[in-house]
Design a protein around this ligand. Structure first.
Ligand SMILES: [Zn+2]
Length: 411
């Protein structure tokens, strides 16, 4: 028996498709650049970075930021190894490297392109907001000169340029206009709109992207890719990135588990989940948890239990009312029903399973279900024994504790 979609009335689609896109949404994985700027991370060994690179590719991520080779010899060596791996393993990932708008950051990218033969975009970045200009004693002329010089220099080395105006969400329209237009005229093929400090709300994203598309990109008469790069300071990164796609950006940047500067970047795993749920992508995401776990271990940042989808509690319940509905659905032999009756994210899409556990909020149906699943006979006496014990506990019972209660008393 198949799952009947009319069992869910979907308010998300009342006004039309949730995300009405002209082109497939692209994702740029910043885990190995912005992600490693998180104050709490360890810079993982190269073997781990290579493993992460492969997982990005398996999840169908479009592009990867390999790092900032201008940062020093270790960074340069790692970027080179990663670029070599993409070529050798024939990964589908496109690549870019970050660079300040200075020649000493741009030249190492060209050297890596030379050594590997793979195309790498130079993501040259420069602050654009009045507050940043004031703090740095920069004026518009300086910014325009730096932009022109950097984009022309990168282009002269044969590098495609992705021009990044930092802090765009707090920059004046005339400055945004002049900086991007200069970059495009000097040869940039992509521009990145940035919420560098996590300031913007979805409404601001809409206004800003609309401005950039209508006032900058269209009048340029060129094919220019528009990217969105946002941060989580207000906890709005995913909502903002989805608003950016809805407003017409081609690519969104993010990092596994949302790691990055301060409280981090847009969580790329959550973008994959939402794009899939919205029907904007259709790909196998069963490696999503592995990707998050490998990154978590590699950088030394644990995944919180209550983290969406890949946290250990994402599909776990011990509450009587919830568990009882899930169990009844399982008994109808309908996994899709069981996996949607009490969560908006069907676990089997991500290779994961619902777990029914036993605790003080549990009913007897949890206990019977648990016992049957583990191959124990749910006698009235045993169910009662576990029920009494669970009601007295101040947390869920562990598997060991329940198994202990299932053991027949010693003769
Ligand atoms: Zn960033």
């Amino acid at each position: 028996m198949g799952f009947d979609p009319s069992l869910i009335y979907d308010w998300n689609r009342v006004e039309g498709p949730e995300l009405d896109l002209q082109r497939p949404p692209q994702l740029n994985d910043e885990t190995l650049r912005d992600g490693l700027q998180s104050p709490s991370v360890l810079d993982p060994p190269i073997e781990k970075k290579i493993q992460i690179l492969h997982l990005m590719d398996e999840l169908g991520i479009d592009q990867v930021d390999l790092g900032l080779p201008g940062a020093g010899p270790r960074a340069r060596e790692d970027v080179l190894r990663l670029a070599r791996e993409i070529v050798a393993a024939k990964l589908r990932l496109h690549a870019d490297c970050a660079a300040r708008t200075v020649e000493s950051d741009i030249r190492p990218i060209a050297d890596i392109v030379q050594a590997t033969g793979m195309e790498i975009e130079a993501a040259t970045f420069l602050g654009s907001s009045p507050i940043r200009q004031f703090a740095e004693d920069w004026n518009l002329d300086f910014l325009l000169r730096a932009t022109e010089k950097a984009v022309k220099f990168a282009t002269s080395l044969g590098l495609p340029v992705m021009y990044v105006a930092e802090d765009t969400t707090r920059a004046r329209p005339e400055v945004i206009h002049r900086l991007y237009t200069t970059a495009i005229e000097c040869g940039a093929r992509a521009i990145v709109v940035c919420d560098t400090v996590g300031h913007v709300t979805p409404r601001g994203v809409r206004s800003l992207i609309h401005y950039v598309r209508e006032e900058v990109v269209k009048p340029s008469g060129r094919e220019v890719r528009v990217d969105w790069h946002g941060h989580s300071d207000r906890g709005l990164a995913v909502a903002n990135a989805l608003a950016a796609f809805a407003a017409g950006v081609d690519q969104v940047h993010g990092a596994a588990l949302g790691i990055g500067e301060r409280v981090g970047n847009t969580p790329l795993d959550q973008m994959l989940v939402n794009l899939r749920l919205m029907g904007a992508i259709d790909r196998d995401l069963r490696k999503l948890r592995e990707y998050c776990q490998v990154v978590s271990e590699a950088v030394g940042i644990p995944i919180p239990a209550n983290y969406p989808v890949v946290g250990s509690d994402a599909f776990r319940t011990a509450t009587g009312v919830h568990a009882s509905a899930v169990i009844k659905a399982f008994k109808k032999h309908d996994v899709e029903l069981a996996n949607q009756v009490y969560t908006g994210v069907p676990s089997h899409w991500f290779g994961l399973e619902q777990k029914i556990e036993i605790g003080p909020m549990s009913g007897k149906s949890n206990i019977i279900f648990w016992l049957e699943k583990q191959g124990f006979q749910p006698t009235e006496e045993l169910v009662e024994k576990i029920f009494v014990r669970a009601k007295r506990a101040d947390r869920l019972l562990t598997e060991m504790e329940i198994q202990e209660l299932c053991r027949p008393p010693a003769p």
